[in-house]
Write a protein that binds this ligand. Sequence first.
Ligand SMILES: [Mg+2]
Length: 386
Amino acid sequence: MTTTFDPSVGPLLAPEHLPGGNDAPRVDDVRAAAYTVPTDHPEGDGTFAWGSTTIVVVHVRAGGMEGTGWTYGSTATVDVVNTDLRGVVLGADPTAIPAVWEAMVASVRNNMRAGVCGYAISALDIALWDLKARLLQCPVSQLWGQARREVPVYGSGGFTTFDTALLDQQLELWVEQLAIPRVKIKIGESWAGRTDRDIARIHHARQRIGPGAELFLDANGAYTAKEAIRILAEVADAGVTWIEEPVSSEDLAGLRRVRDCVSADVAAGEYGYDASYFARLCSAVDCIQIDATRAGGYTAWHRIAALAAGHHLQVSAHCAPHLHAQCAVSTPNARHLEYFSDHARIEEVFFDGAAAPVRGELRPRTEAPGHGMQLRSSASEPYRVR
Ligand SMILES: [Mg+2]
């Protein structure tokens, strides 16, 4: 098989060897835009604080169809899509996604794949899968085959900046109104400077959700391994079953140490962007978190999930709940996905076809082609910043 090679983008299959040959539809439009939505209240976790969320939405077109993907990150992602990656994707066969994916990754070598370039590649990859499924007139989950119809979710938010009334409001929404039997709150406030308040909030959350719901914690890397082990021992009666990033996700030895000392499952992976990091992480945690909107789209999701399966681990989706529902139902070792409050509220307003979970599970649409979601410009345009 012959390939064409442009040193700026790496090897791409020659058109005659692509599925559909020279007659295959070609990508004829690529564009991105950013929308910044203020939060209702100041939000923060152990190591970061914010007052708005920026979603970058990418569209690709071919054969008269449009595919949509998105990520959450800097508005600079728009420039990477519209300037650097547009030339790689334009003219490509949208059904030959591995070829386009490799070309995109090769093209950002000198700009570094971590961060903004990785976010741009992720959103484009998701848009291409959506486009491919729409061209084939099937749900995107059918391209991979479904392992289940729906995926369990957990309510996620519980910011350290919330007072008791706001925290209670969120816990009530998840557990009582949406019947989600799992919730996650942030701890590690002020880089572990407020462990007294962390402990009080953990006990309060347990008391508020009752014994029937699981309680998860996320320290966003605020603790040292010994601090995390001590805190979890102090709240042993709260029945915590998940501790996320008790230490920095770069500290694999620390993650391993906490994992081996606590009964809760230790999880990490939300900043991972390449397979070699996830391969190392598999030896340090109980559950691998994947963010398809950062790690390289649906293409990367399936590769990392297979890597985890090879280590007898499950995976959990980080944020962007409505995009992850699609790939999670096709992944036998997917445990659950994060119904993150900031992203759920944006996705359910911005996109037709993004419906709230029912009885603690998200069921992606299978009656519509692609991922079944479409940007509502009337809802998104007021927030457009790029
Ligand atoms: Mg987290």
